[in-house]
Design a protein around this ligand. Structure first.
Ligand SMILES: C[S@@+](CC[C@H](N)C(=O)[O-])C[C@H]1O[C@@H](n2cnc3c(N)ncnc32)[C@H](O)[C@@H]1O
Length: 234
């Protein structure tokens, strides 16, 4: 299963929550009570920054993260210990399914894999009965799957993945045929402009004449971003 993505320099600095992360918190608030004690896993959690924000909203949640890069784990360790957030080192393509989570989040990571279905199957195996998996990423509203390999000359790690975008219908078809998992999509469109950055891998927005805001990724690709909500129905 091909994946190679090293464009992580933007995740290494402390920063305020981005609007898609704020919306993720709103989604979680509609799912969980403030004193919920459920077990939550954030896959590709970087240094745990989002989990620490979750701690300030949900004092009793059992918060776990999974991250490939030990540099991030070490970077967030002291703050995570203080917040009661535990980060495991591991690969998102082979998550240990002996532990079950009530909620799994995966933001900005599914697109790293050329073939998303085995990855999602692995994550669903880690989900408790009636659990919920929320994936933030690229989901094409038109019925076309894309696998894009790019090379970023601003921060060169050779040819990389990270812009895979399968169609929403492809996911609906796959899980519809499989059964036991419901699929919903919630679109994400920022309510403010994002300027182009000198690093061409950073997303930005453009506006159509009618004022509709579009997200541009990978320097030149207009794409649909949003949340895919998978619920295990047993
Ligand atoms: C694009 S960043 C997203 C970070 C954060 N979830 C967010 O939404 O801002 C992807 C994160 O996943 C990690 N990552 C990349 N490939 C991974 C893999 N195969 N297994 C686990 N983590 C991975 C990266 O090190 C990075 O921290």
């Amino acid at each position: 299963m091909y994946s190679h993505n090293k464009q992580t320099r933007v995740y290494t600095q402390g920063r305020p929550l981005k609007s898609h992360e704020q919306k993720m918190i709103e989604l979680l608030k509609s799912e969980l009570s403030q004193d919920s004690k459920e077990k939550l896993l954030d896959i590709g959690c970087s240094d745990g920054m989002f989990l620490r924000h979750l701690r300030s909203e949900f004092a009793s949640l059992d918060l776990w993260g999974l991250e490939l890069d030990d540099k991030f784990i070490q970077q967030g360790k002291a703050q995570n210990d203080q917040a009661g957030v535990q980060i495991m080192q591991g690969d998102a393509s082979s998550v240990d399914s002996s532990t079950k989570y009530d909620v799994i989040l995966a933001s900005g990571i599914l697109s790293v894999f050329d073939e998303p279905f085995p990855i999602l199957e692995g994550w669903l195996n880690c989900l408790a009965s009636n659990g919920i998996l929320i994936v933030f990423g690229y989901f094409n509203e038109r019925d076309l799957d894309t696998r894009i390999h790019y090379r970023n000359h601003f921060d060169d790690h050779g040819w990389e993945t990270g812009l895979t975008a399968y169609s929403q219908k492809a996911y609906q078809k796959y899980f519809g045929e499989k059964g036991q998992v419901s699929v919903d999509f919630i679109p994400f469109v920022p309510d403010f402009d994002i300027q182009e950055d000198e690093n061409p891998i950073r997303s930005y927005t453009v506006q159509t004449k009618s004022g509709k805001r579009l997200i541009v990724i990978g320097g030149h690709i207009i794409c649909n971003m949003g949340y895919m909500i998978l619920r295990k129905q047993n």
